[in-house]
Design a protein around this ligand. Structure first.
Ligand code: PMM
Length: 296
C-alpha cells in the first residue's frame, strides 16, 4: 500500500482492484494505480437537498454532464451521490437513491473519462452501482455494515472508509472527543483492518471533515494528516464548502466558500493527503499543479 517515499521525498500512494480500472496497471490478478501528490475527486450530487449544490445535478443528463465536465477539468475521480449526508438530512429510501444514481453511473461507465466512485452507505445501492460500472465505493459510515464489506470485497474495488460520529441527522448536535486525533485514527485503523479481513482490495482513509466534528476537531484532524497517512493507506480529505469554513470566514453561502476550500485542501496536500474531494475541480487542479511546481 502507500508508504514508500518517492524521489522527491513525497509519499507514494496506491490503490488496488481485482479488475481493470482507469489508470491502473495489471500485475498478475491485481490492477494497481500508484501516484505521488494529490488526486482530485469531483463531487456530483444527484440530490435535491445537498448542503451546497442540492438540485443542480438532479436530472440524469445534468449529472452526467457535470461529471464529464469534472473529468475534462482534470478530476481523476467523480463521486456520484444520491442521498444527502448534510447535517440534519433524513434517510432516503434505497429505491429512490438507486434510481437517482445507477443510470448516471451506467452512462458514465459507457465512456469513462476517469474513475467513478459511488457515494453511498447502502449495500443495495452499492451493488447496483458496481454492476453499472462504479470503480470505488465511498461509504461515509466507513464500511460499518458487514454487508457493505462483503459487497465491496466481492466486486474487487477499493473503498473510502470515512469516520463519522453519530449519524447525519444528529451528528452536529454535540460532538465530543477526549482526543480527537487518537480516537479518529484508531477508529480508521480498525475499520481498515476489518475491510482487509473481509477481503476488500484496498482502502482510502478519510477523517470525515464536518461529520460529528466542531471546527477545532476539523483543524486538529487536518493538522494530523501526516499521522493518518502513517497508518499506511492513502488519506482523503473532503472539506469543500463545509460549515467550518463558514465559521472561519464568515461566508454564509456555501457556494462562495471555494477559496476557503482551496486553502484547506492545499494544506492537506502539503501534509500528505492523497486525494481531495471538491466541488470546484478546475480551481483545485490548477492550485495543486502550482503546489507541485513549488515543490520542484
Ligand atoms: N462529505 C460529504 C459527502 N460525502 N464522502 C467522503 N468520503 N468525505 C466527505 O467529506 C464527504 C463525503 C458531504 O458533502 P457534499 O454534500 O458536498 O457531498
Amino acid at each position: 500500500m502507500a508508504g514508500a517515499a518517492g524521489r522527491s521525498g513525497e509519499r507514494r500512494h496506491a490503490l488496488e482492484w481485482r479488475r481493470a480500472a482507469v489508470g491502473a496497471e495489471r500485475r498478475g490478478t491485481i490492477w494497481r494505480r500508484t501516484w505521488t501528490g494529490t488526486l482530485v475527486m469531483g463531487i456530483v450530487n444527484v440530490t435535491p437537498d445537498s448542503f451546497s449544490d442540492g438540485g443542480t445535478s438532479l436530472r440524469r443528463d445534468d449529472a452526467v454532464g457535470a461529471a464529464r465536465a469534472a473529468w475534462r477539468a482534470g478530476a481523476h475521480v467523480v463521486d456520484v451521490g444520491g442521498a444527502s449526508t448534510r447535517p440534519g438530512a433524513e434517510d432516503v429510501p434505497v429505491a429512490v437513491e438507486a434510481d437517482r444514481v445507477v443510470g448516471v453511473v451506467r452512462d458514465l461507465a459507457a465512456d469513462p473519462g476517469g474513475l467513478i466512485s459511488i457515494d453511498t452507505t447502502s449495500p443495495e445501492v452499492a451493488v447496483a452501482a458496481l454492476e453499472a460500472g462504479a470503480d470505488v465505493v465511498n461509504d461515509v459510515t466507513g464500511l460499518r455494515d458487514p454487508d457493505m464489506r462483503t459487497v465491496v470485497a466481492a466486486a474487487g474495488v477499493p473503498a473510502v472508509v470515512m469516520h463519522m460520529q453519530g449519524s447525519p441527522r444528529t451528528m452536529q448536535h454535540d460532538p465530543r472527543y477526549h482526543d480527537v486525533v487518537a480516537e479518529v485514527g484508531a477508529w480508521l485503523r480498525d475499520a481498515a483492518e476489518a475491510a482487509d479481513e473481509a477481503g476488500v482490495s484496498s482502502v482510502l482513509l478519510d477523517p470525515g471533515f464536518g461529520f460529528g466534528k466542531l471546527p477545532e476537531h476539523n483543524r486538529a484532524l487536518l493538522l494530523a494528516t501526516p499521522a493518518l497517512a502513517a497508518l499506511g493507506r492513502p488519506v482523503l480529505v473532503g472539506a469543500s464548502r463545509k460549515g467550518t469554513l463558514g465559521v472561519v470566514t464568515g461566508e454564509v453561502v456555501p457556494e462562495r466558500r471555494d477559496p476557503a476550500s482551496l486553502a484547506v485542501h492545499l494544506e492537506a496536500a502539503r501534509l500528505g493527503a492523497a486525494m481531495v474531494r471538491v466541488h470546484d475541480v478546475a480551481a483545485h487542479v490548477q492550485a495543486l499543479a502550482v503546489r507541485r511546481w513549488i515543490d520542484g
